[in-house]
Design a protein around this ligand. Structure first.
Ligand code: NCD
Length: 326
């Protein structure tokens, strides 16, 4: 898997975020991450106090353009915008749009910029979100581009880790499953590398190891195919689905798809306060009997993502008058 490079104009606004489009986890510096997570925490606290609707995006429109299946990412962005008092227009099946007629992503972006103040795009091709952002006159968020990146999932993941473990540094973090093709793993490891003193344990079938360029930023990483040899050391275990849609050879998928199936038995030696995460959807990699264990955090992880996406929309949306961009 090739890491896709793209240019990203920096904003002059020191109080805001350092980027205009969120395409790659590398767009985020530590200050950005802290701003996003602290606003997410504020929304979370206010929600716990009974708030259901805010006004921070009143008058703004989010466009969600999804060319690949999604439940959580699309719904949590849409729910986030509605909770912020904004509105949503949505293309659920990208195949029904004019790209089908041969329109470039860049042209689609230029046009959608007149209809929305911020856009979330998901597309099966690595690099597609960056191409889209090139033509856009409004901020663009990558909701997953092929096997490449999924930075907003990783912000939500960091939020869960901090809530569960109380910190984002000095942790031993296991990442298990399809490390080759999992965009959530790629983005997560990039974001975590902003925090010091973490140790990483990369657990995968030998044919699904993390690509070399993703490994490069990790100071201390151990690779293994044997979960039992490391399970008792982990503070966090992040499980990924074997990404069937990225396999050209379905027989190869069949060979590796059940390399790891977590059960209460296989987690026996895990720390009681280990945080067991998964971006979902799961297929076979976590048995439903695991859901009742104290370590299971994946449903909360999905639920809290809405606060992180609210924070992102508030901080990123176009605030200039609509005509200024046209
Ligand atoms: C992930 C994705 O789309 O990359 N799902 C999600 O956004 N929650 C993980 C996956 O599909 O395996």
């Amino acid at each position: 898997m090739r890491r896709v490079k793209h240019k990203n104009k920096k904003s002059a606004d020191k109080k805001g975020l350092s980027f205009r489009h969120l395409i790659d986890a590398k767009d985020l510096n530590r200050d950005d991450v802290e701003k996003i997570l602290s606003l997410a925490a504020r929304y979370h606290f206010e929600a716990e106090d009974g708030e259901r609707r805010w006004k921070d995006a009143k008058g703004h429109i989010l466009a969600t353009l999804f060319f690949e299946p999604s439940t959580r990412t699309r719904f949590s962005f849409e729910s986030a915008m509605l909770r912020l008092g904004g509105e949503v227009i949505s293309l659920e099946q990208g195949s029904s749009s004019s790209t089908r007629k041969g329109e470039t992503l860049s042209d689609t972006a230029r046009v959608v910029s007149a209809y929305a103040d911020i856009v979330v795009i998901r597309h099966p091709e690595a690099g597609s979100a960056a191409k889209f952002a090139k033509g856009a006159l409004v901020p663009v968020i990558n909701g997953g581009d092929g096997a490449n990146q999924h930075p907003t999932q990783s912000l939500a993941d960091l939020y869960t880790i901090r809530l569960a473990q109380g910190r984002l540094e000095n942790l031993t973090i296991g990442v298990l499953g399809d490390l080759k093709n999992s965009r959530t793993a790629h983005s997560l490891l990039t974001l975590l590398s902003l925090y010091p003193k973490n140790k990483y344990v990369l657990i995968s079938h030998p044919s699904l190891q993390l690509p070399r360029e993703d490994k490069a930023g990790l100071a201390a990483a151990v690779e293994t195919a044997d979960l039992q040899s490391v399970i008792d050391k982990l503070d966090v275990l992040y499980v990924t689905r074997v990404q069937e849609e990225r396999f050209a050879d379905k027989a190869e998928y069949a060979r590796v798809k059940n390399s790891f199936i977590l059960t209460p038995e296989s987690l026996k030696k895990a720390k009681k306060n280990m945080t067991l995460m998964h971006a979902l959807p799961r297929v076979n990699e976590i048995h439903p009997d695991v859901d009742k264990l104290p370590q299971a955090a994946y449903f909360e992880q999905a639920g809290r993502a809405v606060f992180v996406r609210m924070a992102l929309l508030t901080l990123m949306k176009r605030d200039a008058p609509l005509v200024a961009a046209l």
